[in-house]
Ligand binder design. Structure first.
Ligand SMILES: NC(=O)c1ccc[n+]([C@@H]2O[C@H](COP(=O)([O-])OP(=O)(O)OC[C@H]3O[C@@H](n4cnc5c(N)ncnc54)[C@H](OP(=O)(O)O)[C@@H]3O)[C@@H](O)[C@H]2O)c1
Length: 356
């Protein structure tokens, strides 16, 4: 372990306001059951913004997500942690609530050896900071489509037509992975900025990305419809229902809250999403499967690393990065996103200050 500083810089989210400053380094936190990570890169996720706005239900077993996408190195590894200082790692925020925000110079993760083994995931191969992409959001996509295959009993999406609502980071990664699994994809996005970004970055071909307003021209067209916008509103679920053919599955991935229902029926989409269930409903004269996925496991990160390493052209995850900002600019920047003053497409990366 390098010398422990007396202070470190971190953000704080309190009452909808993000602040940044130096705080005393908590030497007492360096226990046997703790890993301290020094992030090199952090990703801004829509969930961070929702937590600023207070529009996200925070599960007690995993805690808030604010600052959960990161890649960095282990600065301190407790004697019972199973890690070593210097390991290149990323974080799985779905395991323990005993962790501090990733938008900081140091991140503290505490848990049993088994929990840490799941919560702190080793990044394979050299990581030189040039080819930067965020493993966590991709692991969630890998998890979601693997869960869909498991729930439907399919081996692949070979020959399937997959419609995706939302060309945010999630929608674009769904498109990459569904294509890799053999599907043809059509992504529908409300705004032109993300549609242009997807085309200009070479992530989607022109015929793979359509305005959401054109969704009506695709009735009963898809075997699977993924709902991946910020919030899976009743209106967007209704759109997904229209896009789906009789017998299709609607995969709900975008935000849901306690008590949300699939339009026109009793299905609790929040329970389906968080419980990763598949349930069948009668909707507008069709039989539709409604399924969901939530979070991911270490195995999903490992599959994500394998896919990226073996099929770099199918998974141009670095091209999702639209902008890089230093950590000290992050509070104003994310508050601007929360206030609707800016809404960059793709993934904004926050970079740690260069090491001395
Ligand atoms: N289930 C899971 O495990 C899991 C994991 C991670 C994230 N998520 C969910 O996935 C969501 C999307 O994440 P992301 O990273 O893709 O976010 P993102 O990059 O910020 O993209 C948000 C997308 O939502 C669209 N959108 C927002 N409001 C809309 C509306 N009223 N009508 C139509 N489209 C709308 C945006 O379209 P415009 O371009 O038109 O604004 C954009 O395509 C998150 O909010 C989170 O709830 C789920």
């Amino acid at each position: 372990m390098s010398t422990v500083p007396s202070t470190y810089e971190t953000t704080r989210l309190r009452d909808g306001v993000v602040s940044f400053g130096a705080h005393a380094f908590p030497h007492e936190a360096l226990g046997d059951d703790t890993v301290v990570i020094r992030p090199d890169h952090m990703g801004i996720c829509r969930a961070d913004v929702k937590e600023i706005l207070g529009s996200r239900d925070v599960p007690e077993d995993r805690g808030p997500l604010f600052g959960h996408e990161l890649v960095g190195s282990v600065f301190f590894a407790g004697s019972r942690s199973g890690f070593e200082a210097g390991d290149t790692v990323t974080l799985n925020p779905n395991i323990t609530p005993h962790r501090t925000t990733g938008f900081a110079e140091y991140v503290f993760v505490r848990g049993s050896k088994e929990q840490l083994e799941q919560a702190v995931v080793r990044v394979p191969g050299p990581y030189d900071g040039k080819d930067v992409w965020m493993p966590e959001p991709f692991a969630c996509i890998v998890h979601a489509l693997r869960k869909l295959l498991e729930l439907t009993g399919l081996d692949s999406l070979g020959g399937k037509r997959v419609g995706i609502v939302g060309a945010g980071c999630a929608g674009l990664m769904f498109a990459m992975y569904a294509r890799h699994l053999g599907a043809s994809v059509t992504v529908f996005n409300r705004g032109g900025v993300r549609r242009a970004f997807a085309r200009e970055q070479g992530i989607l071909a022109a015929d793979e990305i359509r305005p959401l307003s054109e969704a009506g021209a695709y009735p009963d067209a898809f075997d699977v419809v993924v709902v991946a916008p910020t919030v899976a509103t009743a209106e967007l679920l209704e759109t997904a229902g229209r896009l789906a053919r009789d017998g299709a599955v609607v995969l709900v991935y975008g935000g849901t809250r306690k008590g949300d229902r699939f339009p026109g029926g009793p299905v609790d989409v929040d329970a389906v999403r968080r419980g990763e269930l598949l349930t069948w409903v009668d909707h507008a004269g069709k039989r539709l499967g409604v399924s969901g996925a939530y979070g991911c496991f270490k195995e999903d990160y490992e599959e994500g690393f394998r896919l990226r390493a073996e099929y770099p052209e199918a998974f141009p995850l670095d091209r999702l990065v639209s902008r890089r900002i230093p950590l000290d600019e992050f509070p104003d920047f994310v508050m601007d996103i929360a206030a609707g003053r800016t809404d960059p497409p793709g993934k904004v990366l926050v970079e740690a200050a260069p090491r001395a």
